[in-house]
Design a protein around this ligand. Structure first.
Ligand SMILES: *Cc1c(COP(=O)(O)O)cnc(C)c1O
Length: 400
C-alpha cells in the first residue's frame, strides 16, 4: 500500500507498520538484539560491506529502527530518514553531515540551548566558523553568507521565543550560496509543517517531544534526500555511535500513531491558554505565534498548517521571583524541562533550558528574567486555565 497521498493520521498509523509474518502479531515486535545471524560467509561479506540490504549489527541499523524510519520519511515527505539516540544526536549528525573544518555556518541566534553551545563552542573548536543572526529577518541571513558558507541552520518555531523563520525564503538564500538548509522543526512536529516540501535539505526533530508525546524516550530523527541520509548513517552514525535502541524506536512508533489527534488538541488548548494569559493582569507578554501581536504571526499563518503548536513563552510581571512563585504553585502543570508531552509542563528558560547563554546573549534576543515556557498538554483546557489563574493569584499576593 502506498500511503504517500493519504491523510496525516492514516500515514501516522499505517506507514511502515508491518505485521509479524511468523506469529501474526498485529503490532510488530521489538527486535531487541545486538547482532544478527548471517546465512553464509559469502552473504555475510556482502552485507557487512553494504553491498546488500539487510541487518548485521544493531549500531548499523535494526528492523525496529528501519520501521520507524519508514514512518518518519513518509510523514516528512522525505526520500529517507534516520533515527538516532537523542535530538542533540540528530542535530550534531545533521551538522557533521554537511560541514567540515574550514566551512562556515549561519545559525539562528534563538535556538535550543545545547544547539547554541554545540555551534558556538564545539563546532568552532573543530575549525568550523559560525555567525549567529536573527533568521526571522531573511536579509540578516543573506548578509551573513560568506564564500565558505556550507550550511544555514534554523529553528522554527524557535525555542523559547517562538519566533518563526520563513523556510522557503531561507532555502532560496542558502541554495544560491551553495549551502544546505537544516531546519529544527521540533516545536511544529511533522503535523504542522514539512520543511523539506518548503525547500529545506534536512529536517531534524527531538523525537523526545511531540513525536513520542508521552515523555517515555529520549530520541531524535532526521530526514532528507537518500544521498544525505546515507552519508549521515555512514560514516557519521556508524563511527560516532549515536544509535537509537530498538526499544526506544518501538516506543516512539507507538506514540507517533496518535500525533495527528494530539496536535489538534495541543493547538486548540494552547490558543485558549494564550488568550487567557494575554488578558491576565499578572502577565506582561505572551509569545505565541497564533496571537496576532506576535512579531512573526503573519509568516506563521502562511507556513504552518492546522494550528500554531502547543508551546508559548510568558513574561510574568515581577521578574524571576514571580516566575518561581508561579511554577512552584501550579498543581496540574508539572515543573519539568521538556515539552510536547500529553500533559502540561512548565520551565524557566533563563535558568533551565537556556542556561548556556550569558545574560547579555539572552536579553539581546528577548529571553528575559521572568520568562517561563509553557508546553500546553491535552488536558481539559478549563482545568489548565483554573490552575494558572490560581497560581497567578498567589504571584499577585506574594510578589507584586
Ligand atoms: C529538546 C530539544 C532539542 C534536544 O533534544 P534532546 O532529545 O533532548 O536531545 C533540540 N531542539 C529543540 C527545539 C528541542 O526542544
Amino acid at each position: 500500500m502506498d500511503y504517500k497521498d493519504m491523510g496525516f493520521s492514516t500515514k501516522a498509523l499505517h506507514a511502515g507498520q508491518y505485521h509479524d509474518p511468523v506469529t501474526g502479531a498485529h503490532v510488530s515486535p521489538i527486535y531487541q538484539t545486538s547482532t544478527f545471524v548471517l546465512p553464509n560467509t559469502e552473504e555475510a561479506i556482502r552485507l557487512n560491506q553494504n553491498q546488500d540490504q539487510g541487518f548485521t549489527y544493531t549500531r548499523f541499523g535494526s528492523p525496529t529502527q528501519a520501521e520507524l524510519e519508514k514512518k518518519i520519511a513518509i510523514m516528512e515527505n522525505a526520500e529517507a530518514a534516520l533515527a538516532v539516540s537523542s535530538g542533540m544526536a540528530a542535530i550534531s549528525t545533521a551538522l557533521l553531515t554537511v560541514l567540515k573544518a574550514g566551512d562556515h555556518v549561519v545559525a539562528g541566534d534563538v535556538i535550543y540551548g545545547c544547539t547554541f553551545a554545540l555551534v558556538k563552542n564545539v563546532l568552532t573548536d573543530l575549525g568550523i566558523e559560525m555567525t549567529m543572526v536573527d533568521t526571522s529577518d531573511l536579509s540578516q541571513i543573506e548578509a551573513a553568507i560568506k564564500p565558505n558558507t556550507k550550511c544555514v541552520y534554523i529553528e522554527t518555531p524557535a525555542n523559547p521565543t517562538l519566533r518563526i523563520t520563513d523556510i522557503e525564503g531561507a532555502a532560496e538564500i542558502a541554495h544560491k550560496a551553495g549551502a544546505k538548509l537544516l531546519v529544527d522543526s521540533t516545536f511544529a512536529s511533522p503535523y504542522l509543517q514539512n520543511p523539506l516540501t518548503l525547500g529545506a535539505d534536512i529536517v531534524v526533530h527531538s523525537a523526545t517531544k511531540f513525536l513520542c508525546g508521552h515523555g517515555t524516550v529520549v530520541a531524535g530523527v532526521l530526514a532528507g534526500s537518500k544521498e544525505l541520509m546515507d552519508r549521515a548513517r555512514f560514516p557519521i552514525v556508524q563511527c560516532f555511535g549515536q544509535v537509537i535502541s530498538p526499544f526506544d524506536a518501538w516506543l516512539l512508533m507507538q506514540g507517533m500513531k496518535t500525533l495527528g489527534i494530539r496536535m489538534e488538541k495541543h493547538c486548540s488548548n494552547a490558543m485558549k491558554v494564550a488568550e487567557f494569559l494575554m488578558n491576565h493582569p499578572q502577565v506582561e507578554n505572551v509569545y505565541y505565534p497564533g496571537l496576532p501581536h506576535h512579531p512573526t504571526h503573519e509568516i506563521a499563518k502562511k507556513q504552518m498548517k492546522g494550528g500554531f503548536g502547543g508551546l508559548m513563552s510568558v513574561d510574568v510581571k515581577g521578574g524571576i521571583e514571580a516566575g518561581k512563585v508561579l511554577m512552584d504553585n501550579l498543581e496540574v502543570v508539572s515543573l519539568a524541562t521538556s515539552l510536547g508531552n500529553v500533559d502540561s509542563l512548565i520551565q524557566h528558560s533563563p535558568t533551565m533550558s537556556h542556561f548556556d547563554m550569558t545574560t547579555e546573549e539572552r536579553e539581546a534576543v528577548g529571553i528575559y528574567d521572568g520568562q517561563v515556557r509553557l508546553s500546553v498538554g491535552v488536558e481539559n483546557v478549563e482545568d489548565l486555565i483554573a490552575d494558572l489563574d490560581r497560581a497567578l493569584k498567589i504571584v499577585a499576593e506574594k510578589v507584586n
